[in-house]
Design a protein around this ligand. Structure first.
Ligand code: IPE
Ligand code: MG
Length: 220
């Protein structure tokens, strides 16, 4: 979810207006993802490095997040959306923590879409924390502690970097970079990205079956 600030500045609005418009996009994208059969959607709402932003902007983002959770819990239950957050909780204020806990427990039985919201999240810190938690460190145990691998990562706002998001989980993620600012991102953009993803050749380091067949024919 990148580009809220630039979207607002381009319209002569304060950055916070961009974040407010960005919340509208979340609603559209959650709906479109669910309709497209996406099982897990993780949104990067606030990175651990975003604490460096001006205090008022940080407060506005936290407020928008708490409001979103309060407002969307009922609809999420009705639509089978299970809400969870990833990231540190200890630096969030008590009100937001309570909103997160309420949303998570109220939507816990949702099975249609798992909506993960990354708040005070750092991929590097998540790896460190997971490594400290697991008893026998292995690829499998770390993967269990971190969460599911990412199939498709979409970054809006024209930047082409991961910015400390799901670093381990993105080992074989397909990356799509959209020039659209997040408030302008729509259902069609999401569906277009999913279509592009489906057309990609994912080999996970192996060779495609056609190449194997060609090789075998040559050996005969
Ligand atoms: C949203 O966009 C990202 C959040 C932290 C919510 P930005 O605030 O990064 O917008 P730009 O990159 O300044 O345009
Ligand atoms: Mg940005």
């Amino acid at each position: 979810m990148d580009g809220n600030g630039r979207w607002a500045l381009a319209r002569g609005l304060p950055r916070v207006a961009g974040h407010r418009a960005g919340v509208e996009t979340v609603g559209r994208v959650v709906e479109a993802a669910s309709a497209a059969g996406v099982g897990i959607l993780t949104l990067f709402a606030f990175s651990s490095d975003n604490w460096r932003r001006p205090r008022e902007e940080v407060q506005a983002l936290m407020r928008l997040l708490a409001d979103y959770l309060q407002r969307e819990t009922g609809r999420s239950v009705a639509n089978g959306v299970r809400i969870e957050t990833i990231g540190r909780r200890d630096r969030l204020d008590a009100e937001l923590r309570a909103a997160i806990e309420r949303a998570e427990s109220a939507t816990a039985s949702g099975t249609r879409l798992r909506l993960r919201i990354a708040v005070d999240y750092s991929g590097r810190d998540a790896i460190l924390a997971a490594a400290r938690r697991v008893a026998n460190l292995s690829r499998e145990s770390l993967e269990d502690a971190l969460g599911p691998p990412v199939d498709l990562l979409i970054r809006t706002g024209g930047e082409r970097r991961l910015s400390d998001f799901l670093l381990w989980e993105c080992a074989y993620a397909e990356l799509i970079f959209s020039r659209r600012m997040w408030p302008d991102f729509g259902a069609e953009d999401l569906l277009g990205a999913v279509r592009e993803f489906r057309g990609r050749d994912r080999r996970f380091g192996a060779v495609p079956p056609t190449a194997v067949r060609r090789q075998e024919a040559w050996l005969d």
